[in-house]
Design a protein around this ligand. Structure first.
Ligand code: HEC
Ligand code: HEC
Ligand code: HEC
Ligand code: HEC
Length: 388
């Protein structure tokens, strides 16, 4: 969308940056996804990328020349051997406006928090405390530029702490995993601007120049369906989806390199909705009319039915013993069936009513109806549509 605006005002310089964790660090389909993510970053012309915990291992394994790059930065990713930054801790980008002799120097420093299961023991790098690294590099960066901008891949509370503890960052662009976003805020001397994951919100800093002095205005663009796609990017996405889904399909079939072969499950604790129907016909009929009964179809339409980051909420018992694995091995566990909410029912179906089903209730809905994936969710009206 920014690109669209930019096409309307081509004389205005545009600089695009990435806060970090853009790559996928787990799952057998990550290689093909990351390949396309990287192509996308190039197609968009992203100029500065903060390398965060999900990214570094993938950047190394893709064989990129990350150490000599002017795009990759991190102030708190250190070489295990030397204790010095593995990448450039910051970069400075000059922009000049048409008809204005003055150049504005924007300094970007990369900072990230760690909170994951990705082991770094053998990888040759360590993560330092981002606050300590910020204090170390900010003074020299400050001297060299007009605006200091931190790309802060960290939970909101850490980004606030960064603003409180330092007084020489003008703008903190922040976002982290699935934390959601807030409105732009000013804390201490820093403007905090939040982005959201999966490209739901695009942050923009609009630089205005008055009387030779620069001023900056933060904006958040919420990318709803009403925001038109850039035709070139849309065509790119179609090609990417095509290759990614065919690779996911291969992996699921077990033909691909590095594929996960079917584990042999002798008896599953899940029995499927059809088996509940013999004793709970009314509940079954209500369920069969609900969208839950067809939740996998919508993924098929999007060619995402083999995408492990999508299926978890569109199937039954994902990741549980005997639950959904993929559409080849466990097609009977597709869709949000009775046992997605009630838990596995084999014991109960054999010994009811002596063996009761587990308790369920509104809190179970929230596991799938998250803010990101179901922004309008509210129990009473939603339950009304599926009550049984
Ligand atoms: C955390 C659980 C969760 C994950 C992960 C998830 N979904 Fe969903 N999805 C839902 C829920 C819940 C709804 C129903 C939302 C509603 O109607 O309020 C939904 C609805 C949808 C819809 C129909 C409504 C719409 O927005 O058009 C599509 C399409 C969809 N999901 C695709 C995907 C794709 C593609 C992925 C992977 C990138 C994905 N989902 C991952 C939970 C999830
Ligand atoms: C989306 C989640 C969900 C799905 C899918 C679902 N249920 Fe339920 N079910 C609930 C909730 C929530 C309740 C209400 C629980 C309560 O009030 O304690 C409930 C109630 C029930 C009850 C009544 C329990 C009682 O104490 O009276 C039965 C029986 C039942 N479900 C069976 C089924 C069967 C059979 C299916 C599949 C055909 C099914 N459910 C699918 C969430 C679900
Ligand atoms: C062989 C018959 C039978 C089958 C199969 C069966 N149930 Fe039941 N279910 C019962 C009986 C009987 C009760 C107790 C009804 C009552 O007390 O009114 C019951 C009660 C329940 C309850 C209320 C809580 C409880 O345990 O008392 C839920 C929820 C439930 N069943 C869900 C399911 C689900 C989901 C399935 C399929 C996975 C299933 N049942 C399969 C017979 C069955
Ligand atoms: C295992 C994940 C999961 C759980 C748990 C779950 N849902 Fe859903 N729900 C979905 C998905 C996925 C969709 C979208 C299906 C589609 O559009 O094809 C959906 C759609 C719905 C819809 C249809 C919305 C519409 O636009 O008509 C309602 C209503 C709903 N869920 C209610 C509930 C309630 C109430 C609960 C808790 C009792 C619940 N769901 C628990 C995954 C889940």
């Amino acid at each position: 969308m920014i690109n669209e605006n930019h096409k309307k005002f081509p004389e205005k310089p545009l600089l695009q940056v990435e806060i970090g964790n853009y790559m996928q660090a787990t799952g057998p389909d990550r290689v093909v996804k990351n390949k396309w993510l990287w192509r996308g970053m190039n197609q968009l012309g992203i100029q500065v990328i903060n390398v965060a915990e999900d990214d570094i291992g993938e950047i190394i394994s893709q064989g990129m020349d990350y150490q000599n790059s002017d795009r990759f930065i991190s102030a708190n990713l250190l070489s295990k051997e030397s204790g010095m930054p593995l990448l450039k801790p910051y970069v400075i980008k000059s922009i000049s406006l048409p008809g204005n002799p003055r150049k504005f120097r924007l300094g970007f420093i990369g900072l990230s928090s760690r909170n994951s299961y990705i082991p770094t023991d053998e990888a040759g790098y360590v993560w330092a405390d981002p606050l300590v690294s910020a204090r170390k590099w900010l003074p020299e960066l400050r001297q060299q530029c007009d605006f200091v901008i931190a790309l802060a891949c960290m939970p909101a509370k850490d980004a606030v702490q960064l603003a409180v503890d330092t007084s020489n960052i003008d703008i903190i662009l922040t976002g982290f995993k699935h934390q959601g976003s807030g409105l732009p805020a000013t804390i201490n001397k820093s403007s905090l601007i939040y982005a959201e994951d999966e490209g739901r919100i695009l942050g923009e800093l609009r630089f205005l120049v008055r009387n030779g002095e620069g001023d900056v205005k933060p904006l958040n663009h919420i990318l709803t369906r009403n925001v038109p796609d850039d035709p070139e990017m849309a065509a790119f996405i179609v090609r990417a989806k095509e290759e990614i889904s065919s690779r996911q399909n291969e992996i699921a079939k077990g033909n691909g390199i590095g594929s996960a072969r079917a584990e042999t499950i002798t008896v599953s604790n899940y029995i499927g909705s059809q088996s509940c129907a013999q004793c709970h016909q009314a509940a079954f009929d209500a369920w069969a009319k609900s969208k839950h009964a067809h939740a996998i179809d919508i993924l098929k339409k999007e060619k995402k039915e083999f995408d492990s980051s999508c299926v978890v909420c569109h199937v039954t018992g994902a990741g549980q013993a005997g639950g959904f694995t993929d559409l080849y091995k466990t097609p009977q566990m597709a869709n949000v069936q009775c046992e997605a909410c009630h838990g596995p029912g084999r014991e109960h179906s054999l010994k009811a009513p002596a063996v009761k089903m587990a308790k369920t209730g509104p809190e179970y809905c929230l596991g799938c109806h998250t803010k990101g994936n179901s922004p309008e969710f509210e129990f009473v009206s939603y339950w009304e549509k599926i009550k049984h």
